[in-house]
Design a protein around this ligand. Structure first.
Ligand SMILES: NC(=O)c1ccc[n+]([C@@H]2O[C@H](COP(=O)([O-])OP(=O)(O)OC[C@H]3O[C@@H](n4cnc5c(N)ncnc54)[C@H](OP(=O)(O)O)[C@@H]3O)[C@@H](O)[C@H]2O)c1
Length: 297
């Protein structure tokens, strides 16, 4: 495949870029002006085109003749992204970018959505069954983009897979993400106070997520597809596992009263992804051990 990739400097996009180019796919990735691609210099099957979602380098993209577009770029700044008005810009830029890419010959589009497009339930979330109820600007804009692209795909004759990402973790994640925060606090000898110990999430190692994304990209699956493992882990178990690996079990305590948690059970029904042949390879304990080594050495 010749893949046009956005968000390639990010947590998920860079893992996908490494995997897809390593497997022999030609990947041309968008790089914003002034940004560095130092950790992934151009090599072999990958190269960078300078531009942004708002100002893509169309002449160069046309010359490359991509057949596939994987769209990962979005605003994700912790503490900001959920309600930022910037989400509306990203939805519009994404629609324009993908539709224009399809006019340039792209026939397969894989775009990244989010598990919080769903209405939360106390059972695994299923693509074609669980109602949608996006509560944040971020999730609403993602869902609006999915709707508009679904219509565009019907008109434009391209196939669209909409990947709902669950909770990726691992090396390269933002330092304010849950696992990294816990590791850093424990490494400093600080107490980790759990406000929502029962909160249950579907954590997926970043390398497993990249492999899932490549599996979907290579398939002809269309519509929404959950990218999660199907396995829920409580925040308590996560914290105890990290603390156990670091020999700091006594530093994990639970708050006297639990905080309200609108996302108390967010676990994928992964049947659709599993049916494509993908299997998770990295156990939580192993993935966390790698992250701890990376952050503490
Ligand atoms: N990580 C998660 O837990 C999670 C969960 C659900 C869904 N997702 C979705 O997965 C996708 C990737 O997330 P991530 O965690 O990898 O995010 P990330 O690490 O913050 O990466 C975001 C990427 O988007 C690029 N970008 C931002 N604004 C851009 C613009 N105007 N034009 C072109 N590129 C731009 C960034 O480039 P720069 O390096 O130039 O800033 C970066 O490469 C997003 O669509 C996100 O909504 C992530």
């Amino acid at each position: 495949m010749r893949i046009l990739l956005t968000g390639a400097t990010g947590f998920i996009g860079s893992a996908f870029l490494r995997l897809a180019s390593g497997r022999g796919h030609e990947v041309v990735a968008l790089l914003r002006p002034g940004r560095l691609a130092a950790s992934l210099p151009p090599a072999g099957h990958r190269r960078w085109l300078i531009g942004s979602l708002a100002e893509p380098p169309w002449d160069e993209i046309k010359r490359v003749e991509p057949d596939t577009c994987v769209h990962a770029a979005w605003i994700t700044t912790p503490g900001v992204y959920l309600q930022s008005p910037e989400n509306h810009h990203f939805a519009k830029w994404s629609e324009d970018f993908i539709c224009r890419a399809c006019e340039c010959g792209v026939r397969r589009v894989v775009a990244l959505g989010t598990c919080i497009e769903y209405q939360m339930e106390s059972r695994p979330l299923r693509e074609d069954e669980t109602p949608l109820a996006p509560m944040t600007t971020y999730a609403r804009c993602k869902n609006a983009l999915r709707e508009v692209l679904t219509e565009a795909a019907k008109r434009g004759g391209f196939s669209l897979a909409w990947c709902r990402i669950f909770y990726p973790y691992g090396i390269g994640e933002h330092p304010q993400r849950l696992c990294s925060v816990m590791v850093q606090e424990l490494a400093r000898g600080e107490t980790v106070v759990l406000k929502t110990p029962h909160s249950t999430k579907d954590f997926i190692h970043i390398d497993d997520l990249a492999a899932a994304l490549l599996t979907v990209t290579q398939s002809n699956a269309s519509g929404a597809i959950n990218l999660g493992t199907g396995k829920g882990t409580t925040v308590r178990h996560l914290a105890q596992t990290i603390a156990g690996l670091m020999g700091r079990e006594k530093l994990v305590v639970e708050a006297d009263s639990c905080a309200p948690d609108p996302l108390s059970f967010v676990v994928a029904d992964a049947s659709k992804l599993l049916a494509l042949g993908w299997r998770p390879q990295i156990e939580l304990q192993d993935g966390l051990a790698r992250l701890i080594r990376h952050l503490t050495q």
